[in-house]
Write a protein that binds this ligand. Structure first.
Ligand code: ATP
Ligand code: MG
Length: 405
């Protein structure tokens, strides 16, 4: 990340040398002042987009209508945005008008929370017109200006304040929180993808349980797509249930925890689809929930080797970790690891014969029997009944088929 920061400083320097003012803004300033790791870097400048494009040799006009140009500095892409104000917001989500302004202070005034409305220049001077540093110190998320107006402009900010509180472990200022309660219905105006992105950040954060409590308490949960169904199954959360959610690692596992704890009435597919979640997330949640339920079966232990071959170490061990947290069972993952270690063939790919070969040599049409056979052969190798050699495996396959026909 140091090269990103160095590249950012270069950009500020070039802008200043050309007579413009330029600052680091947003999350970078907040996280730097907090001593947290920074991930992206935003730059604000008095230079107009055309001027930025003239000044730097490699640029991409990413969002000219919003004043954003991406500058490639030493191979690092950096977003440079002209100081601007926004006004209008008749649709509660986007400004009707964007206007370029002369000063950083005017630009900071359009930002959502005081801790996000600071700027940092090349010399380390902080521009902080709304008391962001004080709020950082007191660990408070507070809207810039009148919260009701700010949430009426862009309803997503309601969810953003909950997201930042859960990431940073901050409290939400009373007036700001009250305004969320009053305006929750407005979240309907916001694009589902934006809601989903903020919610997933909150769920993946250090205090995901805080986000769950906050959307329930404010009533946002009732009007958020998907969550309206999922969380309605569980309004009351015990301290233990909250603690366990914090212990769960990974986004898919946390979603799965919500499904398992909130009750199975909420269908995974429809909840996650309502939020336009990625197919990959839907798939891993569905699988993880199924695997957790399978691990509850009395025959789980004797089947674990087969499941490891079928689902793989990652999927099964992740499910096992979740299972341990939900059912307060120790040693499930450790047992699985011992089984896995002892397996000579750990995945179907490690078998010395492939599905295509089986099909060809045995002269049969393709179908689910191939996978079943590969599984059976792997288990036989691991039991020591056949060596993991092509010829021996093909003979064994022939024998198995003859047994069944
Ligand atoms: P993250 O660490 O998640 O990137 P961030 O503070 O950088 O946090 P971004 O969503 O990347 O958040 O936005 C960058 C900055 O733009 C914010 O810090 C804030 O100043 C401003 N901003 C972003 N979204 C909004 C919004 N909906 N309303 C007002 N200001 C916003
Ligand atoms: Mg950011």
């Amino acid at each position: 990340k140091t090269d990103v920061i160095e590249a950012g400083k270069q950009v500020l320097k070039k802008l200043e040398e050309a007579g413009y003012s330029a600052y680091f803004v947003g999350g970078y300033v907040r996280d730097t002042l907090l001593g947290r790791p920074v991930h992206d870097l935003d730059i604000a400048t008095s230079a107009r987009p055309e001027e930025v494009m003239v000044l730097f040799s490699r640029t991409v006009p990413t969002g000219l209508q919003h004043g954003t140009v991406t500058v490639l500095e030493g191979g690092v892409p950096l977003e440079v945005t002209t100081f601007r104000t926004e006004s209008g917001y008749k649709d509660h989500r986007r400004p009707d008008e964007v206007r370029f302004v002369a000063t950083i202070e005017e630009d900071l005034a359009r930002r959502d929370f005081t801790v996000n409305a600071m700027a940092l220049d090349l010399r380390g001077r902080v521009v902080d017109p709304f008391g962001g540093q004080k709020d950082l110190q007191n660990r408070i998320i507070r809207a810039v200006g009148a919260p009701q107006e700010r949430f009426a402009e862009d309803a997503l900010r309601m969810l953003r304040c909950i997201r930042f509180a859960s990431q940073l472990g901050f409290a939400i200022d009373r007036t700001t929180y009250e305004a969320v309660r009053e305006l929750v219905e407005d979240i309907r105006y916001v694009a589902v993808e934006r809601i989903n992105a903020e919610w997933n950040k909150a769920l993946a954060s250090r205090y995901p349980d805080r986000a769950v409590m906050d959307v329930l308490e404010t009533g946002l949960a009732r009007v958020m797509p998907g969550l309206n169904v999922l969380l309605s199954g569980k309004q009351e959360w015990s301290e233990t249930e909250r603690e366990r959610l914090r212990e769960v690692n990974g986004l898919a596992a946390r979603w799965s925890y919500l499904f398992l704890v909130c009750g199975r009435e909420a269908d995974v597919e429809s909840v996650l689809r309502a939020l336009r979640s990625e197919k990959k997330l839907i798939k891993s949640c569905r699988q993880m929930i199924d695997l957790v339920e399978m691990l509850r079966l009395p025959e789980a232990e004797e089947r674990s080797e087969r499941w490891l071959l079928e689902y793989g170490w990652d999927a099964l061990s992740n499910a096992a970790s979740l299972y341990e947290i939900i059912y307060q069972a120790a040693g499930v993952t450790a047992r699985l690891a011992r089984t896995y270690d002892a397996m000579q063939v750990k995945t179907l790919q490690e078998l010395a014969v492939s599905g295509a070969e089986l099909q060809q040599v045995l002269g049969r049409k393709g179908g689910p029997w191939i996978r079943a056979m590969l599984l059976r052969l792997s288990l036989d190798v691991n039991k020591g009944e056949v060596p993991n050699e092509r010829h021996a495996l093909l003979l064994q396959a022939r024998k198995v088929i003859d047994e069944y026909t």
